[in-house]
Design a protein around this ligand. Structure first.
Ligand code: CUK
Ligand code: CUA
Length: 673
């Protein structure tokens, strides 16, 4: 039953928790499975005994068999989840169907195991380019939300992944040859960013947009909230990438947007290639003031009946940029809002109030919008959108002159899916799977022609409860032109009553759902105890061609031979005035040099090369009291650069238990006065 808007607002997370405890639990547990007799596992012999003693039902046993990866089976997981790590500032790599955690990737937040952010280092992206333009000291955290895997022809190509920092409007690039962060870009004119991160079909651009609009002139904050519509602007950013997947600002551009709060986006595919779709909430431009008798932000922002889906023609925008119809703001070429509106770069379409997700179907022909305060998904037909644009079928313009397409002219269908719909993923047959935050469930429904026709189109097909308060969900390669089906992962914000108590801060819950059967069925729960992941992408494992070792002497930041790499026997120390520069080697089981004497106040530059070629022969290089800790994988070169400010004897050591003589793998930094 659709809830009223008021009920939905009041529900929120608290209401949903109550629903979860009182409602969902009361109805059914275990993905809709009925109560089963223990001991009826359909097994025999030893397995039967184990199942009985562990009180596993036959359904449990089937679940275990479907997700188990035998010890030593390197290829038992068919897919990788590339997950945001939320406010951990990191990313997580997990296997599907096992949901085993394979790696965390240090991105915006220092990660000591990987020596990420602890070296004052030319090969450390956090230190080298992660702290640009901090408002208040050094930025040492981020809130990773939306990973975007690079694509070729609309399919993941396994080369790079990009991820935004929700908090600070930054974006990072990770190379999937070594799963390490290469670049952190503080995107001009973006104070914050959210779900506006996607690559275009051939990774021509990585898109990132503002979430909360940016105060255009930061020196005019006084009274700016009362001049919101004039003082603030949104920005849709098209970041060009170079041959190594890094951002190239010289070929990048932005499109100025109205100061609505731009939220999620997706890239057009196939028939809609060349466009980007970006939705917004708070088109009311409410700016709060709940202590001054004005409506609170959340109330003001939910007043109108509609918000706006932004339809952006980036191919056309490229032409305008080439023709010089831009202004430059903070070093970025920006197409002004009035130009974008007049030249057909930007259109708006009404969408039911307070939308969250917009997702493009695999064939590019449908744009699916889910409104948090509306129990429907609204499906826009790309053919209808194009026809409406061609016929100038507008219901008017917004206050900035941006044409608004007629709602009825562009909507292909609506499906009532349930309370609090957020995000949609797809399978290869043309089903949409939409997360229902308030209802704690996932709805499966059908798209229209050519997938489903007549009365089979735009129909609710199935539903599965999840535990609890789902945000994003992912099907395997489910946002590409070729979804792989099979599994779906539900990213649940709440896990109350699902795991043993580990204190007051509970883990999130990743639930694996089987898509292969007639009905959706739950396979497993996996607690996530490190930040709150938002979006996740799932890529076929065989698309990733990760390196086992670096080519000898590689600097991970450039992925090229480091000019300061050394070979064994070529280690040396040079002294120039108060600079001590070291070219050292690292291997089982020593550092060379293992003694280094410097004077207090000297600048010490140490280029350390791991000369190993054996996979997994990683060494650490840590200097106590200096906050220096590097990880040196086989073939890797890293540089630390610090001032020897503290006199004394400092035993630098290897932090990885690398060999029988690991404990002996140490040296002495002597800082004399
Ligand atoms: S957002 Cu978190 S549930 Cu940051 Cu993509 Cu929708
Ligand atoms: Cu090298 Cu321990």
């Amino acid at each position: 039953m659709p809830l009223t808007r008021r009920e939905l607002i009041q529900n929120g997370a608290v209401g949903a928790a109550a629903l979860a405890v009182g409602g969902v639990l009361g109805k059914s547990l275990g993905g809709g499975g009925e109560e089963e007799e223990h001991g009826d596992s359909g097994l025999s012999g030893q397995a039967q005994k184990v199942a009985e003693s562990r009180k596993l039902t036959s359904e449990d046993v089937t679940r275990a068999v479907k997700t188990f990866v035998p010890p030593g089976n390197q290829h038992g997981d068919e897919f990788f989840l590339i997950s945001s790590g939320g406010h951990s500032g990191q990313m997580f790599v997990m296997g599907v169907p096992s949901l085993r955690l394979l790696k965390t990737i240090g991105v915006f937040t220092p990660e000591p195991w990987q020596g990420h952010g602890y070296g004052s280092d030319s090969s450390d992206p956090v230190i080298k380019n992660g702290t640009a333009n901090p408002a208040n000291g050094t930025l040492t955290w981020g809130d990773t939300h939306h990973p975007a895997l690079s694509e070729t022809k609309g399919e993941y190509d396994g080369r790079y992944v990009y991820i935004n920092d929700r908090a600070n409007g930054r974006i990072a690039m990770i190379d999937l040859r070594d799963f390490k962060t290469k670049q952190i870009l503080d995107v001009p004119n973006l104070q914050s960013s959210h779900g506006g991160v996607f690559v275009t079909q051939d990774t021509e651009y990585v898109h990132i947009s503002t979430k909360t609009p940016t105060l255009v002139d930061p020196t005019k904050a006084a009274g700016a909230l009362d001049r919101f519509a004039d003082a603030f602007r949104g920005y849709s950013t098209f970041l060009a990438t170079d041959k190594k997947g890094r951002f190239d600002l010289t070929r990048s551009f932005q499109i100025e947007l109205p100061p609505y709060t731009q939220d999620l986006s997706d890239s057009g595919k196939l028939v809609s290639h060349g466009w980007v779709f970006l939705n917004s909430y708070n088109s009311e431009m409410a700016s709060g003031g709940n202590m001054e008798g004005k409506p609170a932000i959340e109330t003001g922002a939910s007043k109108g009946d509609y918000d706006f889906l932004h339809l952006i023609n980036w191919k056309k925008a490229e032409e305008l940029v080439a023709a010089g119809k831009t202004k430059t703001i903070n070093g970025m070429r920006v197409i002004p809002l009035d130009v974008a509106a007049a030249e057909g770069v930007l259109y708006l379409a009404p969408e039911p109030r307070s939308p969250h997700g917009v997702d493009v179907s695999p064939n590019g022909a449908y744009l699916v919008v889910a409104g948090k305060l509306d129990p429907h998904v609204t499906v826009y037909g790309w053919d209808k959108v194009q026809a409406a644009i061609a016929a100038k079928n507008f219901e008017g313009k917004d206050r900035y002159g941006v044409p608004i397409l007629k709602f009825d002219a562009v909507v292909a269908g609506q499906v009532e899916v349930g309370a609090g719909p957020l995000h949609t993923q797809f399978d290869e047959q043309g089903h949409g799977f939409t997360s229902l935050f308030v209802e704690s469930a996932i709805a499966k429904w059908s798209l229209g022609d050519p997938y489903f026709k007549g009365e089979n189109a735009f129909k609710l097909v199935d539903k599965i409860p999840v535990q609890y308060n789902i945000g994003h969900l992912v099907t395997m390669e489910g946002d590409t032109v070729k979804p792989q089906g099979k599994y779906m992962v539900s990213l649940n914000k709440w896990s109350i009553d699902r795991f043993p108590a580990v204190g007051t801060l509970k883990p999130q819950n990743f639930q694996l759902v089987d898509l292969t059967g007639e009905k959706l069925s739950l396979l497993s729960d996996t607690p996530i105890g490190m930040g709150e992941p938002h979006y996740v992408q799932a890529i076929r494992a065989d698309r990733i061609k990760a390196w086992e070792v670096y080519p000898p002497g590689t600097n991970p930041l450039t992925m090229e031979k480091d000019p300061n790499a050394v070979e064994l026997g070529k280690e040396r120390v040079e002294r120039r005035g108060n600079i001590v520069e070291v070219w050292g080697s690292v291997k089982r089981s020593n550092f060379k040099p293992d003694n280094l004497t410097v004077k207090k106040g000297d600048r010490v530059i140490m280029h350390m090369t791991n000369t190993e070629t054996t996979p997994d022969a990683t060494h650490g290089f840590a200097i106590p009291r200096y906050n220096i800790n590097c990880s040196l994988d086989p073939g890797e070169v890293t540089t630390v650069d610090f001032v020897a400010s503290e006199p004394g004897a400092f035993a630098y050591y290897c932090t990885e238990f690398c060999s029988a003589l690991h404990l002996e793998m140490q040296g002495w930094l002597m800082v004399t006065t």
